[in-house]
Design a protein around this ligand. Structure first.
Ligand code: 5GP
Ligand code: ZN
Length: 116
């Protein structure tokens, strides 16, 4: 599996940097964002180092399907009964700051009309 020793999320996946982890399986770990933008703000992070959405290949199809189907389950576990927001920033121009693919899962506040 591809990893990058200089990547902060690879270090979190490896347990070298602490995080408030809420879920883990063979494909991903899920932890609280250090700078939450909503009452619930989780990051769904593949164990494999993939830089961004733009770097996915057909080999990642199972991983991506897994993440998409996991997101509503996590939202339900977090009690986000009225809805939730998912967000993926891609590249500098897209606001990506950590170059290890991740999906933001936000909710717990009414996000209608709120942009991030
Ligand atoms: P991006 O802008 O790349 O989509 O989002 C990166 C996110 O990672 C930001 O929301 C930021 O607060 C979060 N983040 C950055 N470094 C750390 C860290 O060391 N631990 C945790 N838990 N979150 C981090
Ligand atoms: Zn990484």
């Amino acid at each position: 599996m591809n990893t990058d020793p200089n990547c902060i999320f690879c270090k979190i996946v490896a347990g070298q940097i602490p995080s408030k982890q809420v879920y883990a399986d063979d494909y991903v770990i899920v932890f609280e964002d250090i700078n939450p933008k909503a009452a619930v703000h989780l990051l769904v992070v593949p164990r494999e180092h993939v830089v961004s959405l733009a770097d996915l290949t057909p080999e990642h199809d199972v991983l991506i399907a897994h993440i998409m189907r996991l997101l509503p389950k996590l939202a339900q576990e977090q009690g986000l009964t009225t809805g939730f927001r998912t967000m993926i920033n891609t590249g500098k121009g897209g606001g990506q700051e950590v170059f290890h693919l991740h999906v933001h899962l936000l909710g717990g506040d009414d996000l209608r009309g709120i942009g991030f």
